[in-house]
Design a protein around this ligand. Structure first.
Ligand code: ATP
Length: 267
């Protein structure tokens, strides 16, 4: 499944939030969307999972404009895991939440079939949460809930996954495990990640946003240059590939002062 975002422009509250954003994920690739707070990462994702229609430009999933598809057909292709706000009603168990991922596959009668049960079971197993299938979701920790939300997305059997800060509540081992799990599914993935070390470890390609514009895209080390880390993230840092093949970032002791960092022109 190929994703292509083409020259997407979004204005919110009279302010351009995305400006001519173009990016691509080739089939099976895991692409990291990085950028400082407010740079437009979540807004890009919203245009892909159809929560926000671009005023200009187009989002194509396997060549089709996502806004030309029915909501159901779009949901069969794309699953989103968004930042977990917590809360929600009590009395809903984990397997019920995961089963919601099957909704786009249901026929008119909306009944669960053998395929649905199998997809839910596989997703519970993949995410390591089968043992908590009967637990009330409101009783789970933040990290456990994030696994449930990923399981719901996988039960959807999408061909494109969009992830917004999936790893927020996860401890370091759980982060590695979950991201390795996502890689192992072979599903084309666009993931917003604040943790640049994690992004470097997980992703085949990175796309960097700054003030609503794509400022770099490509292989991890081509994007995470000292210049980009300084100008976009405001830190003195270098990224390099270590002998074990993992890219790691070494940060300076202090963030740079504002007069050392070029400010984006906005508006
Ligand atoms: N409904 C809205 N009206 C006005 N401005 C908005 C609206 N929604 C988002 N914005 C603004 O758009 C910009 C981009 O927001 P977005 O959530 O996409 O950023 P982000 O890169 O995901 O940020 P973060 O890393 O903090 O989650 C922000 O400046 C935000 O305040």
């Amino acid at each position: 499944m190929k994703l292509r975002v083409e020259r997407v422009h979004i204005t919110l509250g009279h302010r351009p939030v995305l400006r001519d954003v173009t990016l691509e994920a080739t089939p099976g690739a895991v692409v990291g969307l990085i950028g400082p707070n407010g740079s437009g990462k979540s807004t890009v994702l919203r245009t892909i999972y159809r929560s926000l229609r671009p005023q200009r430009g187009v989002v194509r999933v396997d060549g089709d404009d996502v806004w030309s598809l029915s909501a159901r057909s779009a949901a069969r292709r794309t699953a989103a895991v968004l930042q977990d706000a917590g809360g929600g009603p009590t009395g809903v168990c984990v397997s019920d939440v995961v089963a919601l991922g099957r909704t786009p596959h249901h026929g008119l009668l909306g009944r669960d079939g053998a395929d649905d049960h199998q997809a839910v079971d596989e997703a519970l197993d993949l995410c390591g949460i089968r043992h908590m299938a009967e637990r009330d979701v409101t009783s789970l920790s933040g990290g456990e809930r994030q696994r449930v939300l990923l399981a719901r997305a996988l039960a959807q059997q999408p061909r494109l996954l969009v992830l917004d800060e999936l790893t927020n509540h996860l401890d370091i081992r759980a982060r590695f495990e979950l991201l390795d799990l996502i890689r192992s599914t072979g599903i084309t993935t666009l993931a917003v990640l604040h943790d640049l070390d994690l992004a470097a470890r997980l992703c085949d390609q990175l796309v960097a946003l700054h003030a609503g514009e794509v400022v770099a895209a490509g292989a991890v080390l081509d994007v995470l240059t000292p210049g980009l880390l300084r100008d976009v993230f405001g830190v003195a840092a270098t990224a390099s590939r270590h002998a074990d093949g993992v890219v790691r970032i070494t940060y300076g002791a202090q963030p740079l002062s504002l007069d050392q960092v070029p400010q984006p022109t906005v508006g």
